[in-house]
Design a protein. Structure first.
Length: 177
């Protein structure tokens, strides 16, 4: 019954255990919650599963696995409980922003090439963008002229934008150092 869900802010902010019941492909999974008040069904969306990238929902929350998650919202009108596993883990992006600044040079791995540049993972769960204009000293039309996914690179941090959660990187400036 919906009225038995935790209702105080304190109740919403502690982790509950549950068992993954069913999945909805790339959307998320339903979780049977066991919070000592009874058995309820919650929904864990894909973006709330982990701070890090993963290939398949089954990597993080396969049917039958016991998980811990935090209740992030309850919609009484729709009788929906939204869950988050990553809310119980420290945010790697915030830690990175606290410990790095513009001008630092760091190592990373190219994760994805896009028409306007390359994404580089500089720490587990933290990626930044090397814009096309920051790849090399001469003009290039496509980032694959310079890089490939999986390349290990040294990059200079140009900017850490906390508000937008973006890190601007430069390959060419790191090569000058």
């Amino acid at each position: 019954m919906v009225s038995s869900y935790p209702t105080t802010r304190r109740d919403l902010k502690h982790g509950l255990s549950g068992v993954v019941a069913t999945g909805l492909n790339d959307i998320g999974v339903y979780v049977h919650l066991d919070d000592d008040l009874g058995r309820f069904l919650g929904f864990l969306r894909v973006p709330e599963m982990s701070w890090t990238r993963f290939d398949s929902v089954d990597d993080i929350a396969p049917v039958g696995r016991e998980i811990r998650a935090e209740i992030i919202s309850i919609d009484f009108a729709r009788e929906q409980v939204s869950l988050s596993m990553k809310a119980l883990q420290p945010d790697p992006w915030q830690h990175y922003a606290d410990t790095h600044k513009g001008g630092d040079t760091v190592s990373g791995t190219v994760t994805k090439l896009v028409p306007f540049g390359a994404f580089v993972q500089v720490e587990e769960g933290v990626e930044g963008l090397v814009h096309l204009t920051e790849l090399v000293d001469h003009d290039v039309e496509h980032p694959q002229e310079v890089l490939a996914a999986g390349d290990q690179v040294r990059v200079a941090i140009l900017d850490v934008d906390r508000r937008r959660r973006r890190i601007s990187l430069s390959l060419k400036r790191a090569q000058l150092e």
